[in-house]
Design a protein around this ligand. Sequence first.
Ligand SMILES: *Cc1c(COP(=O)(O)O)cnc(C)c1O
Length: 400
Amino acid sequence: MTITPRRLDIRSLHPQSRAVHAGTERSQFGETSEALFLTQGYVYPDAATCAARFEGNDPGYIYSRFSNPTVSMLEKRIAALEGAESARATATGMAAVTTALMGLVGAGDHVVSASRLFGSCRYVVEEFLPRFGVASTLVEGADLDVWRRALRPNTKAFFLESPTNPTLDVYDIAAIAAIAREAGIKFIVDNVFATPLLQSPLQLGADVVVYSATKHIDGQGRCLGGLIVTSDKIIQDHYHTILRQTGPAISPFNAWVMLKGLETLSVRVERQTANATELADRLASHDKLKRILYPYRADHPQYELARRQMRAGGTLVGLELKGGRADAFRFLDALNLIAISNNLGDAKSLITHPSTTTHQRFSPQARQEMGISEAYVRLSVGLEHVDDLFADIDGALGAA
Ligand SMILES: *Cc1c(COP(=O)(O)O)cnc(C)c1O
């Protein structure tokens, strides 16, 4: 296998070019598209080579639970895109989040996390980790001091999403990274909403970035996948053995779909972000809406921070209707183009009512603390023409 482009330092290229080329390895056939290695295992020329490979003294693949050429191309591509040394792919975003956290802690340790999280992320922090003797503290992450005050001698990690799912809160990654560094602990950022193109947490000082590749990286609603992006040392010290022995591996087929997704990520995210920006502006003064949430609008609570930390506002817009659940449901049911779905990052525009879906298992009080009202909907803006999207939303708001 040969690595292409051959005489090019991939790190000298812009992210858009890395997303197309980084990590590509070609077989002896010189195929244009990345080869799909649908194989569980590998064969060896002789027993001594096999033994050497298991000892780590012969480079090469052993078993697709922990290494596969197609998966490894995806890992190299996302690492290059993120400017990181290393990455590991997993079966889902939640497998990446769970491994990223569990790999850093053991019984008796403590984790601090922002309280505003995707429902499953909050489950892992709040309920799953404590089952194994790992305490967790949830904080209102916009206040920097709460991170410092939540530290204990046994704290091992900070965790957050920014912008958050679904309320689009933006946290100061550089400032929280400084607190983590001072305390000698690791800092994990779930960068799903920002995408690798619009925010680079590792450059802001985070130690580990996680993705649900299911979202913008596939971007066409086909496969589940997750990614952990970090340094060689953190992979070796905390993740390599856990991934190898517990096996939350991505299928090579899904990894191949994600490689194809990364090739078009920049054009999709750029267009979806342009659509989202325009929709947020056009809807901001709509008389059926109480407020619009979009990180790059001046009326967003963390507008200045979003401008500093993100390269654009992203593909998601929060809409808070006037009224309650019945008004939100009437609005959703009156949409004709935008589909009701709990997914996001898709080429198709999708809309979600978080309080009855992704966050339905929380108490009304917990939802209120997370900023999720019954009249709040999360819009994932797709690739349709913005005039068609506006007409659909405006018409449905009229019916609501
Ligand atoms: C969807 C999502 C996840 C989980 O990803 P899956 O691929 O669905 O497992 C984690 N974090 C955030 C912010 C998400 O939006």
